[in-house]
Design a protein around this ligand. Structure first.
Ligand code: ADP
Ligand code: DP6
Length: 324
């Protein structure tokens, strides 16, 4: 049996950056994201007793055993969870329309797509909440990619109550995110590793305390279409996450010189009356929140600063889609 699905990436406006339970990927905080139309993963999953050896192809390239390990472990875990034959082999063909491992959320769209086609190929008949929990077992941020628009991942404290819900799947709002691809090479510190290190920051416990109030403020900003508050909370959340990295022991950063130049540019643009805000994930790439109306001016300011850097202008993307 086989199935094919497409999931879009999402970028967190309030960041998930730490686990209460590594195996179940239960987060220490709730998070809120925006699903993007411009970046996505399409995956086909087939299981069949006739397949002699399991394999994972990414963008048509067969992945080595080391590169396939995380995906194979995930499928084996799901087979066990649903009492399926663990000896049945499978073949996965996945295409990332997003740079892989560069802080542009490939793991979010990847594991959401994989969870969905796994469930469909085994006819598990899961609703979106259950799918979101299944995606979470692959990668925390994938929990949110089951839904489109604005999405909240409620942290919960066990496998049943940690899942995402749509806050507004089709926002009537011309909010855009400019993804500036400073460097799309594979990062040296994965998200999983980065957040583990950050939990050793002396400031980490204090940071967690404000999660509830940040989530409430962001939800109000979303329902009021209040761009200034949404932008400020997003920028703060990213700064806080990166402050945890700098103050971890050992401290580290995903920032590169162009990352800092872009942060300064956003401040300058804002001071000159062009309202925009940045957010940054586990990589040097910068995403700029703005209205479509201002995006042209911002794009030309970025090109003036950094030359021919690639900029992707993304709007709201949809939730999970089946392709056959
Ligand atoms: P990113 O910033 O891109 O999300 P992460 O380090 O969080 O980077 O996750 C990258 C990991 O996600 C990869 O090492 C790989 O294990 C997994 N991954 C990425 N794309 C795919 C895909 N299409 N199918 C399955 N797994 C994938
Ligand atoms: C900075 O979801 O990739 O993008 O759960 O270990 O797979 P794992 O981590 P992952 O981390 C995402 C971190 C982030 C913030 C976010 O998406 O909320």
């Amino acid at each position: 049996m086989k199935a094919k699905a497409r999931a879009h990436t999402n970028i967190a406006l309030i960041k998930y950056w730490g686990k209460a339970d590594k195996a179940l990927k239960l987060p220490l905080m709730s998070s809120i994201s925006m699903t993007l139309d411009a970046f996505y993963t399409e995956t086909e999953f087939e299981h069949d007793p006739k397949i002699s050896e399991s394999s994972f192809y990414l963008n048509d390239v067969k992945q080595s055993p080391a590169q396939s390990q995380r995906v194979f472990d995930y499928i084996n875990e799901l087979q066990k969870k649903y009492n399926l034959d663990p000896n049945e082999n499978f073949e996965i063909h996945s295409y990332n329309h997003v740079p892989t491992s560069a802080g542009l959320a490939s793991s979010a769209s990847a594991f959401a797509a994989l969870a969905a086609c796994f469930a469909k190929s085994y006819q598990l008949d899961l609703d979106k909440t259950q799918l979101s929990r299944l995606a979470r077992l692959g990668s925390g941020s994938a929990t949110r990619s089951i839904f489109g628009g604005f999405v909240e991942w409620i942290k919960g404290d066990n496998d049943l109550n940690s899942y995402a819900q749509a806050l507004n799947e089709h926002p009537d709002w011309d909010l855009h995110m400019l993804a500036v691809e400073v460097n799309t090479k594979q990062k040296k510190i994965s998200s999983s590793k980065g957040m583990e290190l950050a939990q050793h920051s002396n400031y980490y416990q204090d940071w967690l305390k404000q999660n509830d109030s940040e989530i409430q403020a962001m939800k109000s900003a979303i329902s009021n279409h209040d761009f200034s508050t949404l932008g400020q909370i997003s920028e703060n959340s990213a700064n806080e996450m990166h402050a945890m990295n700098l103050t971890a022991n050992p401290g580290f950063t995903y920032f590169e010189p162009d990352t800092i130049s872009l942060i300064n540019l956003v401040h300058e643009l804002r001071n000159s009356g062009i309202e925009c805000y940045y957010t940054i994930d586990a990589g040097p790439n910068v995403k700029i929140l703005c209205t479509l109306r201002n995006s042209k001016k911002i794009i030309s300011a970025i090109h003036n600063l950094l030359g021919n850097v690639k900029i992707v202008n993304a709007g709201f993307g949809p939730g999970i889609e089946y392709l056959d």
